[in-house]
Design a protein around this ligand. Sequence first.
Ligand code: SF4
Length: 364
Amino acid sequence: MTLGRLRRWVPDAVWIERSEDNSALTRRVRARLPEIPVYVVDDLSVAEPGDFAAGKRRLVVQRHRGTFLQHCPAGTTGMVCCNYLVMSSASNCPFDCSYCFLQDYLTNNPAVKVFTNVADGLSEVDAVLRAHPERTFRIGTGELADSLALDHLTDLSSELVPFFADRANAVLELKTKSDCVDNLLCLDPKDRVVVSWSVNAPVIVAVEEAGTIPLEDRVAAAARVQAAGYKVGFHFDPLIAHDGWEDGYRDAIDLIFRGLDTGRVAWVSLGSLRMTPRLKAAIKARPLRGQLLATELVPGADGKERVWRGLRVKMYRRLLEWLRQVDDRMPLYICMEPAGVWEKVFGEAPPDRTVAQRLVAELR
Ligand code: SF4
């Protein structure tokens, strides 16, 4: 794997589940990585538990077993849930953000995995959409993986975008920190696909988001997909209370929206740094890069630790003020916060599980 910023990820080796060696996705991956060692195997344990960095250098191509479609894990006790659904087309990601919850979530089985049977996942989605034509769904692929960082190997976006473009009651969100958007440019999303970027203050990108591209390159990719007909979104998540955070986030907002059509921004979310005790332990066990664990955090109703409520509210209010100065029509929301924080930031809390519905309705 190339160190430093990853323009296009190339693994050190590929492991292919024997039964999947002739799948269309496997053939694409093999064709794009002609120089990389390939092992066709029955046993897919390619990295030892806890060897998280090694897992990020290994690509596994396998069949997904179990259901593809799940509720976003953010919908936990005491938090306002936006009713986001997640379709897992891959697991793990080539980037290595210091705060990433996958360090805890995938600790026993670390490897970058792509699934050969995404068509089964789309059948699941189709069944849910047909069963509930009265509802609108916001579905993402970027929770357990980066939605686009492997697209140069898999072409999965070429299956996902046409599928969702033809669905009246769903919107797909492709969430990424990459600029891997080439496949999207020749597809017609028909306003049913939003491409979004996780963004942060430039110093946080540089110090805490190893392997990712700079903010200006993410914005350049957003401008390209916007020109190709997509709406775009941005997630300031996790907000980190670092020295100079006001200047850092103000600069990020200026940089992001300077060259974009803000009328075609589908949504902007804000979320605070969140830590479970297990994630903290996983981070401590790895070489530390920045000041992440120097921040004082307090536990919330969902068992996750965040900076204290007064500072979170202050940060949300400051960013919302700047975002509204850019364009007060952009849909804004906060992620994984209790109703009390919503009320202090927006003056009211939305009814539980209605945020996704509202955001999708506002896209039309
Ligand atoms: S880009 Fe997202 S999934 Fe990938 S390492 Fe960073 S936080 Fe984790």
